[in-house]
Design a protein around this ligand. Sequence first.
Ligand code: NDP
Length: 418
Amino acid sequence: MAPPQGPQAPQEFGGPLGAAALLLLLPATMFHLLLAARSGPARLLGLPPSLPAPAELWSPRALLLLLAWLGLQAALYLLPARQVATGLELKDRRRLLYPINGFQALVLTALLVAVGVLLGLPLGALTEMLLPLASAATLMAFIFSLLLYLKALVAPASALAPGGNTGNLIYDFFLGRELNPRICSFDFKYFCELRPGLMAWVLINLALLLREAELRGSPSLAMWLVNGFQLLYVADALWYEEAVLTTMDITHDGFGFMLAFGDLVWVPFTYSLQAQFLLYHPQALGLPMALVICFINAVGYFIFRRANSQKNTFRKNPSDPSVAGLETIPTATGRKLLVSGWWGMVRHPNYLGDLIMSLAWSLPCGVSHLLPYFYILYFTALLVHREARDEQQCLRKYGRAWQEYCQRVPYRIVPYVY
Ligand code: NDP
């Protein structure tokens, strides 16, 4: 069943009105979180105590730093890759090639940062620039999305995403018109998906850890845990970089403001919220509690990694010995659906693992404030919504076979709960 395209495509995120609201709401929420994290009361709900002066929100230095960061990551992207992966077949039957060198870029970035810090680079000072950096990144995301929109106007119909070409300017600008915008072999969406934003997230975390050490003599245990857990998550995403090629972001969504802002701005500045909170609101964390939190993160990571790897292996080679014995449901497309193993427990076991990890990232911040739990609240909403979008797409793709899968595996994310 081919989904309707163009103006007939079902509209998501509340259509043009929802998209217009999100264009304002997402940046506003991010600035609110940045301001709240550094304020005394650190309230998630309610206005931050004081609004910053314009000079605190903008600096040409921050803009230059951001451009240098993007330039560095683009240069690392262009370095020879250990492997070149092939994407899924496109509407015009072509398959795009993607360099698999994200982990290499992470290691080289870490080496550069380490050398810089040893030579006296004041990385901790980055924490004083978060607001102007976030402003520069937001401005850049708007300009970049506009350029992507204009580029998509001259793209052939076969290059457009299933949604995002409805003819409504705001909706298409938000959702993204072109599926894989490229200049020569440089793929903008693939580049932004896992590199500049994810690595900026761990760099901001590291800067907060170093700043804490400057202020209090050494980083706290809570700060070590948050840094360690989130570094593991980012390193894992880059190590298994090829897996991103089968995600909804790459195969279904166009590249517009939603992904550009999400990847380049939202991720580094809001996902580092726990570390930001800890810098301004130090928390005492005992070893027994730290061990419990490590255990929760390990359980989440185990489920997340095993579930993702099982599906990726199955999609790449269903006769691989690790998945060949699993029970499957045939579909009219020729592809099969796993109905035992992790994917027989719930329909999105990888989301379950991700959510368990998100709890472990917030727990080091104690229970005195709701603010550090923003991530788990937002992430639950994101994954519930994402799961529903994915189900719609799978129903269109697999029809009756998907309905059978839903009957056999009735829970979506959490066994016996949801
Ligand atoms: P998924 O990896 O969950 O993939 C969903 C696809 O898997 C479906 O469209 C279908 O595609 C295939 N599939 C579904 N059920 C089965 C089955 N039973 N057997 C075989 N294949 C099946 O997609 P996401 O991109 O949403 O998530 C990837 C990872 O990224 C997750 O771990 C998620 O938690 C994480 N994530 C993290 C975010 C963050 O901000 N930290 C944001 C979003 C995601 P097909 O049949 O075409 O192969």
